[in-house]
Design a protein around this ligand. Structure first.
Ligand code: FES
Ligand code: MG
Length: 590
């Protein structure tokens, strides 16, 4: 590209603005303070932000503090000027009351940084669950050239010769503890074995999912998502990412060129094939809304449900992040889908090529870990979208329905795919933890467990708690899972067949607010419905009574941000974003 055809850099408005020499001087003199020369700042080199999400508070992303050095070198080598800045940290396991509360806060902060500072492009350092969607949402809103750099998964965890997957092992250890097979010390040892190095969860949890989908969307370099954090390839990837963003600025390749409807549909199909997290529909809906793409929740079933499960990673399968990388990662999965005509091959990606060109020749290097399309782990492994008289929309991840669960609940010859039983209702995770083992609840294998008060308003950010284990006395009898339904989320590392993200939530007076313990409920997966078996009149009466009592109660906000978010946040089925005007969702300035 010649100098004349290069787009004018937005940073020129700060550093080379003849119409406002006062401000130009002010901007220049202070940015000179970190050792950059006047000549460089006025040279017309692109200024590239490195949005640093690593910190001591966010250990999953902490390795970005190291990787950023290689990103800087790549930016420099390609003729750009790097400027690194911190973004509000989000640590999935450390933040109270929950990390999802901060996704929209990090998003808001990053929008301000990308909009308000002299940045021509940005490297988004992502990894731990919500750091990835927060960064992509902000890039979509501001729409300046942006590329994501994943921190990569941890090395595989091991315990007594078996792979232990981060997050997933917690659910198993919880059952072992409840059954008296391990003590507290053993519990901690087993769980800690799953996290042996720097990086994010090595399972197909929300982190691996969202980083894989970022690549499938085209927002990171091909083949980059699965590289384990400590591998040397990860450092090289950081350097390449730094080099590439400079060219993206010169090419004026923006998120709106990449994040098309076709790209989102590619990501939905990849999500089914990898056995991706139930948090993905929330985050992709949010990114889509900020870029201006219509992506209704029903697309997940229409486009994604029939796709088979190809990736054999925990929680749906056996293996972990290192194995995923060695087997070929995202390009190998995409190539399998392409072979069936299931990928929009023309979708443009961050390296300037189409996803088809990037992935056409990718091969499976280990077919124990990534299966060929015609030998899948499971057929029809995508999500189904549920409805009924308790909520408008919810989703269920079908790839984690075990044979045991299917035999127990979905195999009645007179009523296949359906199950009816009495509800036991918990109001939030604390209530559940206090009472789940109480024999007075009378929970049996006939029971459906409900969790409410855990949506974006009821439990700020929506709690990851719908995956409820059965009471200890049932676990010791060999019952691994009961049907669970709720208005909160579930950890992507959980293998529980739950109906999640029910919207509207109880706190927004969705139907779950009206449910009572003892009500009979029918769950019908074939029809995609969950219904409480009481009359419309009775439901209307309960609604009127609850409204007269002031609506569904939920705890007071503990922080200013909780209060602000509660006043603006939408529901999980539409991305849990801060609702506002069109202008509020997107700036799309250049
Ligand atoms: Fe950070 Fe899983 S807790 S990626
Ligand atoms: Mg999580």
């Amino acid at each position: 590209m010649t100098d004349e055809t290069k787009p004018k850099l937005r940073s020129r408005a700060w550093f080379d603005n003849p119409e406002n020499i006062d401000m130009t001087a002010l901007y220049l003199e202070r940015y000179l303070n970190f050792g950059i020369s006047l000549e460089e700042l006025r040279s017309g080199k692109p200024i590239i932000g490195i949005a640093q999400s690593g910190s001591d508070l966010s250990p999953c992303n902490r390795h970005h503090l190291v990787l950023a050095e290689r990103v800087r070198e790549g930016i420099r080598e390609a003729g750009g000027i790097p400027m690194e800045f911190p973004v509000h940290p989000i640590q999935e396991t450390g933040k109270r009351p929950g990390a999802a509360l901060d996704r929209n806060l990090t998003y808001l902060g990053l929008v301000e940084l990308l909009y308000g500072y002299p940045l021509d492009g940005v490297v988004l350092t992502v990894g731990c669950d919500k750091t990835t969607p927060a960064a992509l949402m902000a890039a979509a809103t501001v729409n300046i050239p942006a590329i994501a750099l994943s921190v990569g998964p941890m090395l595989n965890g091991w315990h007594k010769g078996e792979r232990t997957g981060s997050g997933t092992i917690v659910w198993k250890a919880r059952e072992m503890l409840a059954a008296g097979k391990i003590d507290d010390e053993g519990f901690i040892k087993l769980v800690a074995s799953s996290a042996p190095s720097t990086g994010y969860c090595n399972t197909m949890g929300t982190a691996t999912t969202m980083n894989s989908l970022t690549e499938a969307l085209g927002m990171s370099l091909p083949g980059s998502a699965a590289i384990p954090a400590p591998y040397r390839d990860r450092q090289e990837c950081a350097w390449r990412t730094g080099k590439r963003i400079v060219d993206m600025v010169h090419e004026d390749l923006k998120p709106s060129d990449i994040l098309t409807k076709e790209a989102f549909h590619n990501a939905i199909r990849v999500n089914s094939a990898i056995g991706g997290s139930t948090n993905a529909p929330i985050h992709l809906a949010a990114i889509a809304r900020h870029i201006g793409v219509d992506l209704p929740l029903t697309d997940w079933e229409e486009i994604g449900h029939k796709i088979p499960l190809l990736v054999n990673l925990q929680p749906a399968g056996e293996y972990l992040g290192e194995d995923y990388y060695h087997a070929g990662g995202v390009p190998a999965v995409v190539a399998q889908l392409m072979g069936q005509g299931l990928i929009h091959e023309d979708a443009l990606t961050a390296n300037g090529k189409s996803i088809g060109d990037n992935c056409r020749d990718a091969t499976i290097e280990d077919d124990k870990v990534i299966k060929p399309f015609d030998q899948p782990l499971k057929e029809e492994a995508g999500f189904i979208v549920m409805t009924g008289n308790l909520f408008d929309q919810a989703i269920m991840k079908t790839s984690v329905i075990s044979d045991d669960f299917r035999a127990r609940y979905l195999s009645n010859p007179d009523d296949p795919e359906a199950f009816e039983g009495p509800a036991v209702v918990f109001d939030g995770p604390e209530d559940y933890h206090h009472r789940i083992d109480d024999p007075a609840l009378g929970i049996t294998t006939e029971t459906l467990l409900f969790m409410r008060g855990t949506g974006p308003i009821g439990y700020p950010g929506a709690a990851e708690v719908v995956n409820m284990r059965p009471p200890a006395y049932l676990i010791t009898e060999g019952v691994g899972a009961l049907p669970c339904i709720g208005d909160g989320r579930q950890s992507g590392t959980s293998g529980s067949p739950s109906i999640l993200n029910a919207s509207p939530e109880a706190a927004a007076m969705g139907g779950l607010a009206l449910l009572q313990t003892g009500d009979r409920v029918r769950m019908d997966l074939k029809k995609g419905r969950v219904d409480v078996l009481i009359s419309d009149e009775e439901l209307a009466q309960r609604r009127a009574d609850l409204e007269a009592r002031g609506g569904f109660p939920y705890p007071a906000s503990q922080t200013p941000w909780q209060e602000i978010q509660r006043s603006m946040v939408g529901q999980l089925n539409t991305g849990m974003i801060l609702e506002g005007s069109e202008k509020f969702q997107r700036i799309h300035q250049t």
